[in-house]
Structure formats: C-alpha cells, structure tokens
Design a binder for this molecule. Structure first.
Ligand code: PAN
Ligand code: ZN
Length: 186
C-alpha cells in the first residue's frame, strides 16, 4: 500500500500544507514582543499591531529521538533603529541541536554560548546553519523582505525563553547609516 505523506512542503515559499489539526501556526505582533527591544519609546498603535514574525510547524510527539520541522517568517522593520528579530532561546534540554536553512531574505543568526560569548552567521538564500546544543539562537532581519527560514530540531528540545528574557543576548543589531551594526550589551 502506498500512503500519502503527512504533509507537503513548498521549498520556494516555506509553506507547510497538511491537516489543520497537524500544523501548528503561531504569530507574534510587535506588541507581543516589545519587551525584547532596547528602546520602546514613542511607538504608535500601527507599529504595535505589525507582525513581528510567524511560524508554522508540523505537529509531532515531543519524544526523545523525535524531530520537529517548521518555517519561520520574520518580517522586515526596525523598532527605534533595532532590526526586527525573534525572541530567541536556548533549548530547555540543553544538549538539543538544530538546523536552520534560509529559503528567502537576508539577515543574521545571532548565537550565544553560556559564557555570553556571541557570534553571528550571515543568513541568505540556501545558507545552512547548524546550532549546537547549549547555544542560544535568534534571527534578525536586516533586509526589506520577509526572512523565511526552515528549521528542524529535536522535538523534545523545548524552549527556554526565560533565560533570554532575564539576561538578554550580549549583542543587539541596529541599522546605523543604513548598515547592520552590532552594539554589545553588558
Ligand atoms: C525556531 C524558532 C522560531 C521562532 O523554530 O522557534 O524561529 O523563534 P522563537 O522561538 O525564538 O520565538 C527554533 O529555533 N526552534 O527551536
Ligand atoms: Zn531553537
């Protein structure tokens, strides 16, 4: 017997298609993510209502040995000069790793180890990024189009957002003279 696959994946657009019950879709507006930006002064309602990013993920059981697969769409823009970014996280099970593959757009993948040492990788169409365990990761969109990134990670990994909410990343990226510029944080 030949069965159909559980879902299809459009490698051009990142669109995941399958049963509604098997695909998790989530989105975050700027009002949901505002706390992570350095300067939150003077933002109007239209800015707060803008989409920061959205994700679609194929639902699988969160078991040891399982794999999760999904797409992140990070919108373009800045908040008082700081590029739109994802919240960023460590994995809750600290040794769990991940691949990112960029489909469209341009940006940076910010990585940070437990000693708060940071580095970045340039994200562009077809760039493939390996994120080792115990390394915090965040996408930054430095372009004028949506940054579309496929991700595959251990389904039991979990997301530790709290550490980043409390301590932040040790670098932020601002658009200064039109160019992505790192500003180190304490
Ligand atoms: C990605 C991220 C996705 C959204 O699938 O979850 O880009 O970013 P935040 O989770 O930081 O809000 C991933 O790294 N999964 O582990
Ligand atoms: Zn992750």
């Amino acid at each position: 017997m030949i069965n159909l696959s559980r879902a299809t994946y459009d490698i051009q657009s990142g669109t995941l298609t399958g049963k509604d019950s098997e695909i998790v879709r989530a989105q975050r507006t700027i009002s949901n993510t505002l706390g992570m930006y350095a300067n939150r002064e003077g933002l109007d309602q239209a800015t707060l209502d803008r989409l920061n990013y959205r994700v679609e993920v194929l639902k699988v059981d969160e078991v040891e040995g399982g794999l999760q697969f999904g797409t992140s769409y990070l919108y373009p823009g800045t908040i008082n000069g700081e590029y739109f970014m994802t919240k960023g996280h460590y994995h809750a099970i600290t040794n769990r790793s991940e691949f990112y593959l960029c489909l469209k757009g341009e940006g940076l993948l910010v990585l940070m180890d437990r000693d708060r040492r940071w580095w970045t990788e340039k994200v562009m169409p077809n760039s493939l990024h390996y994120i080792p365990g115990d390394v915090a990761h965040r996408l930054i969109n430095t372009s004028d189009e949506i940054l579309t990134v496929l991700a595959c990670w251990n389904s039991d990994a979990g997301h530790d957002y709290a550490s980043i909410e409390e301590e932040g990343f040790s670098v932020r990226y601002f658009k200064i003279d039109g160019k992505p510029t790192p500003v180190e944080q304490g």
